[in-house]
Design a protein around this ligand. Structure first.
Ligand SMILES: [Cu+2]
Length: 343
């Protein structure tokens, strides 16, 4: 969907009539701490992490905003843990909405799945819940609330959980890893548009936004060396938007997704990633200059019944003339096969 495309006449009114919700409405944003970029938390079996769900202040697209954060970070802390570890996560809720944490994609005990009214009661403001998160599979996972996701997730409550394999060649060689958390948010000239107070105003899981973000930033940038192979871990935390991620002219090798590495690696033109999905790609930046990581889609003009190409820049990669070392083009240009994954 083109972020600038308005809805058909008449359809804009077909939304539930609910009061408007903005977090901490009427309170000066200066009262809240400024959010900070995500930090990596290395955990091993038996470790405990405290996560506080609280109100933060952020500047987004030129607007001062009151948002939510896990430990005041955007995205929430990136948890790295080895396969088969059991992590203890103590969650304390300091926001006005009841919340939970759902560990998306993790095969854990049902009582820690974070579904309010089903596996636990929602965590009220001032209360805590202790999750035991056992991670039996290597791969990229993520965590988010399972209560009013349309509001809480949109306002910044999401984070990644990267489970590492004991096999050092679980993935092929890469020079470095980058986490790209894809998101969007709905804003106008005044700032963010309010959410529904008693119920979602659009789809149950939330709405499309018109401002694209990577790792919570609207102007995400990276630098790379010539010939550098960067492993990107993509997670789509947008409430409704499916992205089609392109990497300019760079060569893209798809190596893994939600449930770990693929049986066969493959060359791809782009990565289609729906809400909550994860993909892992190795990208080689061949040419010095600027490469755009973008959402490249066929948008639709409802009025004319026509598709047309639409591109939103997600991140700008500046590739230097310095050559990446060691050269790993041989391994990059071969596609690996993992027979043990075949059904
Ligand atoms: Cu989920």
């Amino acid at each position: 969907m083109d972020p600038n495309m308005i809805m058909l006449p008449g359809l804009t009114g077909v939304v539930p009539v609910v009061g408007a919700f903005l977090p901490a409405a009427g309170i000066n944003p200066a009262n809240f701490p400024e959010a900070e970029p995500s930090q990596v938390v290395e955990m091993i079996d038996g470790d405990t992490l405290d996560i506080e769900v609280s109100i933060v202040r952020r500047i987004l697209n030129g607007h001062e905003m009151v948002m939510f954060g896990y430990n005041r970070q955007y995205p929430g802390p990136l948890i790295r843990a080895p396969k088969d570890a059991t992590l203890v996560v103590r969650v304390r809720n300091e926001i006005e909405l009841p919340t939970t944490i759902h560990w998306h994609g993790v095969r854990l005990d049902n009582e820690f799945d974070g579904v309010p009214g089903v596996t636990q009661e929602a965590i009220q403001r001032g209360e805590s819940f202790v999750y035991e998160v056992h991670v039996p599979d290597a791969g990229m996972f993520w965590y988010h609330p399972h209560a009013r996701e349309d509001v809480q997730q949109d306002l910044g409550l999401f984070g990644n959980l990267l489970v590492t394999s004991p096999n050092p060649s679980y993935y092929g060689p890469a020079h470095r890893e980058e986490i790209l958390v894809l998101d969007d948010i709905l804003m106008d000239e005044q700032g963010v548009l309010p959410w529904g107070e008693s119920a979602p105003t659009h789809a149950l899981m939330g709405r499309f936004g018109n401002v694209m973000m990577v790792n919570g930033e609207t102007n995400h940038q990276l630098s790379a060396k010539q010939g550098e192979v960067v492993r990107f871990f993509l997670t789509n935390v947008a409430n409704s938007r499916t992205f089609n991620v392109t990497f300019g002219g760079a060569q893209v090798k798809l190596i893994a997704s939600d449930v770990g590495r693929f049986e066969r690696e493959a060359w791809v033109e782009s990565v289609v990633i729906a809400p909550a999905e994860r993909y892992v790609v190795d990208v080689r930046f061949e040419e010095p200059g600027t490469t755009l990581i973008a959402n490249s889609i066929q948008a639709i003009n409802h009025f004319r019944g026509e598709f047309y190409p639409h591109v939103d820049t997600l991140s700008i990669v500046t590739v230097s003339t310095e050559t990446a070392a060691p050269g790993i083009s041989d391994s990059f240009y071969s596609l690996r096969v993992h027979d043990e994954i075949a059904a």
